[in-house]
Design a protein around this ligand. Structure first.
Ligand SMILES: Nc1ncnc2c1ncn2[C@@H]1O[C@H](COP(=O)(O)OP(=O)(O)O)[C@@H](O)[C@H]1O
Ligand SMILES: [Mg+2]
Length: 253
């Protein structure tokens, strides 16, 4: 395996167009250079890590160990196929769920079943991950990928594991609050992006599609599903859910 990288003495800040190319058996894998750009290629995907010294993120070894542990417990996460130092390649586990959802939500006829299915599948993966006491710490939908009926979770750069007291709603909330908060932002972003797309195509934001859309992109329902996987009593689950609703002001959501 030949490895070609960017600058030998990389700058402290990662430039947005920083690009890694990894050649494995004559195939070239290129890491996406910028957020939202599409250059994952047809042969697979590189999830190349670039670690800054001052960065608190996990290193490749930790990330791979987390992925293996999650796989062992039946959570969908792509297999790591190659690794060189801090760079590793993972099998292509499909399309970015953020993009998939937006595409679905902007079709003239909404495939409600599909949207519902994808959201519940993502919630199930995250709920299972939490049950193993991992907080993802970057749980937006660009860190979920979709292939057919399989939703996988990726990107464990910031993931943390720690003992959770499953009898204590306060402890549970504190352990996972960042994931809940990320999801709130993610749902808001999806709603805003969908509205922008509609405006561009001259549709009214108040129309039937938006109404149906908001009904499906339902954050409280998503979080309730995540919590439903937790290894604790129904009472504790309900207390955690109430706490989230209060802290993240989900009632006026
Ligand atoms: N195994 C994979 N299969 C399919 N797409 C992937 C895979 N790994 C990463 N991606 C895509 O590349 C994007 C960036 O990868 P990620 O590991 O999340 O790194 P970062 O968030 O640091 O850019 C993801 O949002 C996803 O769209
Ligand atoms: Mg990511």
């Amino acid at each position: 395996m030949v490895i070609k990288r960017g600058p030998r003495n990389p700058p402290k800040e990662v430039p947005m167009n920083f690009k890694h190319t990894l050649r494995i058996n004559e195939r070239r894998y290129t890491r996406r250079a910028e957020k939202n750009s599409r250059n994952s290629g047809v042969h697979g995907y590189i999830s190349a890590m670039y670690i800054r010294e001052d960065h608190p993120a996990n290193d490749a070894e930790t990330i791979i160990a987390i992925a293996i542990d999650l796989q062992k417990h039946g959570i969908n996460t792509p297999r790591v196929t190659h690794r060189v130092s801090q760079l590793f390649a993972t099998e292509n586990a499909g399309a970015d769920m953020h993009d998939v959802l937006l595409r679905l939500l902007n079709r003239p006829i909404l495939n409600r079943q599909r949207v519902k299915f994808l959201l519940s599948a993502a919630a199930r993966q995250l709920g299972k991950m939490h049950s193993l006491e991992y907080s993802h710490h970057n749980s937006h939908f660009r860190n979920f990928v979709v292939k057919g009926s399989k939703v996988s979770i990726i990107d464990f750069k910031y993931t943390k594991k720690g003992k959770v007291n499953w009898n204590d709603p306060d402890n549970i909330y504190k352990h996972f609050w960042l994931d809940y908060a990320f999801l709130k932002t993610e749902f808001k972003n999806i709603i805003n992006e969908q509205h922008e797309m509609m405006e561009k195509t001259g549709k009214s934001v108040g129309d039937e599609l938006t109404r149906v859309f908001n009904q499906h992109v339902d954050l409280p329902k998503f979080l309730e599903k995540v919590i439903s996987r937790y290894p604790t009593t129904e009472q504790v689950k309900s207390d955690v859910f109430e706490r989230i609703k209060r802290e993240l002001s989900l009632n006026d959501y």
